[in-house]
Design a protein around this ligand. Structure first.
Ligand code: 2HA
Ligand code: ZN
Length: 270
């Protein structure tokens, strides 16, 4: 067996979490990350027949049975990932009946996956049904998007348009827009189901007064998606109090969409 601590997928996972901590997106144990792994990726590093512990889950996710996930641990700090991966994250497999998670590695000595494991799994399920290349779900407390939820109307259409109007990149990076949830208590089955439902339309979903969820096929792509929305949320806030003289118009945005062949979610442009 090769040393798990040198597995490229684990190093990439810990490096991006450390980066998010340094960006100020991950106070204390804020945020969580899950990456779906192929058996071929992990087989050199662990015996997938050896289940260390089994943990129940509250909703049935049988459609994910047999899938492997690398997931941050509950109560764990992004800040500590790089120097202690096995204490702060772990590798799980969904049981054949979809009712439990089998711990194969990590969460040492007695930890468990994030309290948001349910929305992660439900979002993976929703995105996989639309995109077989989907692999990553990220939840973070990035301050710009969070701040926007106090001063901007909480509807996905206008939230999306406010970001798209600021930079030609935005519609290219998230042509499916941003979903905005009503405020809900995190960690509940209801919030998990509602987030996954929004994720069918948009790979970005904002939780008002809490944070943001992003989904994608790689860590880079998913981080880049959230990073682009976050940067422009900060830009929005930096000019929100100033008289607005101009911005990208719907006609400009349509020209970008046509030029780059974007599939823009219906109903977002006039
Ligand atoms: O894991 O971010 O939403 C801590 C959180 C809960
Ligand atoms: Zn959170």
């Amino acid at each position: 067996m090769q040393n798990m601590l040198q597995a490229p997928f684990l190093l990439e996972f810990c490096r991006i979490l450390d980066h998010m901590y340094r960006l100020g997106w991950a106070e204390r144990n804020g945020g969580n990350l899950s990456v779906m792994l192929d058996e071929g990726q992990i087989a050199p590093y662990l015996d997938t027949k050896q289940v260390l512990r089994t943990l129940p889950i509250r909703l049935n996710v049988q459609a994910l049975a047999g899938r492997f996930f690398l997931v941050t641990g509950t109560g764990c700090y992004f800040r500590n990932m790089l120097h202690d991966p096995q204490g702060n994250c772990g590798i799980l497999r969904v049981s054949p009946d979809g009712c439990s998670l089998q711990v194969l590695w990590g969460y040492e000595p007695n930890g468990a996956p994030t309290s948001e494991t349910l929305p992660h799994l439900m979002c993976h399920l929703a995105r996989l049904q639309l995109d077989p290349g989907h692999r990553v779900v990220l939840h973070t407390h990035s301050p710009g998007l969070l701040a926007m939820t106090f001063v901007h109307p909480l509807d996905g259409r206008s939230f999306t348009r406010s970001l798209w109007q600021l930079n030609t990149e935005c519609i290219q990076v998230f042509p499916d827009g941003v979903g905005v949830m009503p405020w809900m208590v995190g960690g509940t089955n209801q919030a998990a189901e509602a987030t996954a439902t929004k994720m069918r339309d948009s790979r970005l979903v904002v939780w008002p007064h809490h944070g943001v969820w992003g989904a994608g096929s790689t860590i880079d792509e998913t981080f880049g998606l959230v990073e682009t929305a976050e940067k422009h949320a900060q830009l929005y806030l930096s000019i929100a109090h100033l008289p607005r003289l101009q911005h990208l118009t719907d006609d400009n945005l349509r020209q970008i969409a046509t030029h780059f062949g974007l599939t823009v979610r219906e109903g977002l442009l006039v």
